[in-house]
Design a protein around this ligand. Structure first.
Ligand SMILES: Nc1ncnc2c1ncn2[C@@H]1O[C@H](COP(=O)(O)OP(=O)(O)OP(=O)(O)O)[C@@H](O)[C@H]1O
Length: 257
């Protein structure tokens, strides 16, 4: 009886936890044919926190993001976003995903403003006719990332770093509660990176949960509340300060494994 009562209480607690977590990943494994890219990943992200994911090329960072956002199907495990499935969360506009490489035809005549407005599509419904609120949120997001002067430019005419900021603005306009940002700092200069860190910290203070891959440990303590080292599985998770300890970094980046 006692064991049963304890089990019931544990189940209840787990259920409660899964509702409270902004993102809860349990036992996640992903295979590409015979290649196991991710093995038994467990990760919890709370609202209002930023978690950095680090790992060398091929360690499974993008795979993790694709599995969370439903782009690829995991072989095992579960992903819950605010207690909901990925599909439910996407439908509710809770999940924002900025992939590493945007599959965009850069010659297509869309302006920066058009790209950012796309973040509002989910809220606009099938007519895709922007309301006052959609336009206001779009302008606000453009302003926050510092692209006001370039808002009418064709997206293909922006530099790599400016494009990243435009896609961050699109995610901001969406007002997602959980943001997945895959290498947002790649090709971004120091000033833009500083702007983006400030934007992400502001979002966190508003309660947004951010999971972000980075390849540079330099600003990690300013950016993140926690960090995860990946190498096909989670080899370490802890505070940003502990993650950059040489013996922990060696788990992810060292030879011999
Ligand atoms: N579509 C695919 N088909 C087969 N294997 C894949 C595919 N995508 C990724 N892989 C493999 O899965 C592993 C993890 O790749 P992933 O892209 O997740 O790594 P990553 O950590 O994001 O790397 P990078 O830092 O280079 O972006 C690698 O061994 C990669 O070769």
């Amino acid at each position: 009886m006692r064991v049963r009562a304890q089990q019931d209480s544990l189940t209840r607690n787990n259920r409660q936890d899964s509702h409270e977590a902004a993102l809860l990943i349990e036992g996640l494994s992903v295979d590409y044919g015979n290649l196991r890219a991710l093995s038994d990943v467990n990760l919890r992200l709370d609202a209002g926190t930023v978690c950095a994911v680090l790992g060398m090329n091929g360690s499974g960072k993008s795979t993790l993001f694709k599995a969370i956002s439903g782009v690829i199907r995991p072989s095992a495990g579960t992903v819950r976003i605010g207690g909901q499935s990925t599909r439910q969360a996407q439908r509710a506009g809770i999940l924002g995903y900025m992939p590493q490489a945007e599959s965009v035809d850069w010659d297509f005549p869309v302006s920066v403003r058009d790209v950012v407005l796309m973040g509002r599509y989910g809220a606009m419904g099938p007519s895709r006719r922007p309301r006052r609120e959609d336009k206001d949120l779009t302008e606000r997001a453009i302003r926050i990332v510092g692209l006001t002067d370039l808002a009418d430019r064709q997206i293909g005419e922006l530099s790599g770093g400016q494009k990243k900021r435009a896609f961050l603005a699109r995610a901001l306009a969406q007002q997602a509660k959980v943001l997945l940002l895959d290498e947002p700092f790649a090709g971004v200069d120091t000033v833009s990176a500083t702007t983006m860190i400030r934007v992400l910290r502001d979002l966190a203070s508003e309660g947004v949960a951010v999971l972000i891959t980075v390849h540079d440990i330099e600003n990690i303590d300013r950016l993140a509340d926690s960090a995860v080292l990946l190498r096909g599985r989670v080899v370490y998770q802890g505070t940003p300060t502990s993650v950059v300890e040489p013996e922990n970094l060696a788990l992810a980046f060292g030879g011999g494994q």
